[in-house]
Design a protein around this ligand. Structure first.
Ligand code: NAD
Length: 479
């Protein structure tokens, strides 16, 4: 059994669960420990005890730890990518790319540890100096979802440690393998015992224990809206800092003047790759009259060519859905769209086996046309390979439909018009705007996050990560 990592030691869980491969449900990857609430609290004990030492470590010490972790991730990206594809179901190239991204994130924050600058200003009063510095916030609880099993943990753990915080990390139940592998690398990185802790287990038990513990100064969470809102209430009640990245219902507008190939590539990649299981997936394709029919025909032609198969097989374009529960949700939304009168232009069929007969949660990507923005399929996040096309009269109507959503994470447009691209960048109500590039797929050195119901609290990634993982001190000195 793979154990939890608490206070610098590997500790068995209160129980264990099997990690199952969604491409072949007969393939058990291994048994992973499940912590209980008492173990989660003992991880907080360890992190609290280590805070004094790690918060006073030098930038050079932090640089060396993070740089070492980054180097090992980059070196082992093929092996760890295979594990990731096996437990989560994204294709091998996507999974290897994700591990590489995690390595780059650690390298970036290794550098940030050296660049944690403050400000010096003259006071408005004579003879006084003012210094503004950043300090770590304390013990942080990091709670992550299953869809990016190593990149999201990396972009929370690396800045947390770079700025001198100590960490209790609670990965998603479905993907303990990548989390454990990352923890194992961190266990050999030169961190003091207790500076980093891994507690695997159920959200309602382990996650909840972290959220409620008064010694946890901040919670950085990525996951669903429902869990995020519950967590926010608990953090407000006890005055803890929080950062939430939640769902999306991201639009991609296609204008008459778009380059058709660019528009189709962006739409297919954004909506369906990684099995549509990305918070930045474009699930509403808002298309103006003049290009609508050509666009739909070209997307359907492209979907026909895609190979839906075992995530680890060569030539697979789209792997399986992550588990039976998520497949059930996807199928319910497909049924709901049909019953609301949407036309299924392609796909939507589940098939229980790959070509070799391995049982898995396979689903053909589903494209709906003849939809409008008030249907459930347009309002609620599916989190699967399901997208719908909404016809718009012109740019103005397309923009208004794009913004008519409770979410605001990523918003895309395909156009060759500088005028519309410029206007869209300014008026799209989203944290990230994509012009002629897919809505999913971001850089690691710039802020990531959304508006409205998608996010709450400071941005993640890039140097803006300091806003959550540090607190500011203003010091006045009269010599
Ligand atoms: P989820 O909310 O079910 O779980 C996320 C994490 O929260 C898991 O580790 C889970 O164990 C934990 N959790 C569950 N209940 C908890 C509780 N009561 N207290 C504390 N922790 C608890 O989400 P999921 O199904 O793992 O992930 C899918 C969701 O994540 C989608 O809605 C997707 O849009 C979102 N997501 C958002 C982003 C983003 O950056 N905006 C990125 C990836 C995924």
């Amino acid at each position: 059994m793979k154990s939890n990592f608490i206070g610098g030691a590997w500790v068995d869980g209160a129980s264990a669960v099997d990690n199952i491969n969604p491409s072949d449900t007969q393939d058990v990857i291994g048994a992973y420990a499940q912590a209980d609430a008492a173990q989660a609290r003992s991880a907080v004990d360890a992190a609290a005890a280590a805070f004094g030492q790690w918060s006073l470590s030098t930038p050079q010490q932090r640089f060396e730890v993070l740089d070492k972790v980054g180097s090992e991730l980059l070196l082992r990206k093929e092996e760890l990518g295979d594990l990731l594809a096996r437990e989560e179901g994204k294709t091998l190239p996507e999974a290897i790319g994700e591990v590489g991204r995690a390595g780059q994130v650690f390298k970036f924050f290794a550098g940030e540890a050296l660049r944690c600058a403050g400000e010096v200003l003259p006071s408005v009063r004579p003879g006084i100096g003012v210094e503004i510095t950043r300090e770590p916030i304390g013990v942080v609880g990091l709670i992550t979802p299953w869809n990016f099993p190593i990149a999201i943990p990396a972009w929370k753990i690396a800045p947390a440690l770079a700025y001198g915080n100590t960490v209790v990390f609670k990965p998603a139940e479905l993907v303990p393998g990548s989390a454990w592998a990352l923890a194992e690398i961190l266990s050999r990185s030169g961190l003091p015992a207790g500076a980093f802790n891994l507690v695997m287990g159920r959200g309602a038990v382990v996650g909840q224990a972290l959220v409620e513990d008064p010694r946890v100064a901040g919670i950085s969470f990525t996951g669903s809206v429902g869990t995020g809102q519950q967590l926010a209430r608990a953090c407000v009640a006890r005055g803890a800092k929080f950062q939430l990245e939640m769902g999306g219902k991201n639009p991609m507008v296609v204008l008459d003047d778009a380059d058709l190939d660019v528009a189709v590539n962006c739409a297919v990649q954004s909506a369906f790759f990684s099995t549509g299981q990305r918070c930045t997936a474009a699930s509403r394709l808002i298309v103006t009259e003049g290009i609508h029919d050509r666009f739909v025909d070209a997307v359907v032609a492209r979907l026909r060519q895609l190979r839906i198969a075992n995530a680890r097989s060569a030539g697979t374009d789209i792997g399986p859905v992550v588990d039976e529960r998520q497949l059930g949700i996807d199928l319910q939304y497909i049924a709901a769209a049909k019953s609301e009168g949407a036309h299924l232009a392609f796909g939507g069929e589940a098939f229980g086996h790959d070509a070799q007969g391995h049982p898995g949660f396979y689903l053909q990507p589903a494209l709906f046309t003849g939809t409008h923005n008030n249907m459930r399929i347009s309002r609620e996040e599916v989190f699967g390979p399901v997208a719908n096309v909404i016809r718009a009269r012109d740019y103005e109507e397309a923009l208004s439909i794009a913004n008519d959503t409770p979410f605001g994470l990523s918003s895309g447009i395909a156009t060759t018009s500088l005028k519309y691209a410029t206007h869209y960048k300014r008026h799209a109500q989203a944290g990230m705007v994509m012009v002629n590039v897919p809505t999913a797929g971001v850089d690691y050195h710039v802020p990531f996050g959304g508006r409205k119901g998608s996010s709450m609290g400071p941005r993640e990634q890039g140097r803006h990560a300091a806003e959550f993982f540090t607190t500011i001190k203003t010091a006045y000195t009269a010599p």
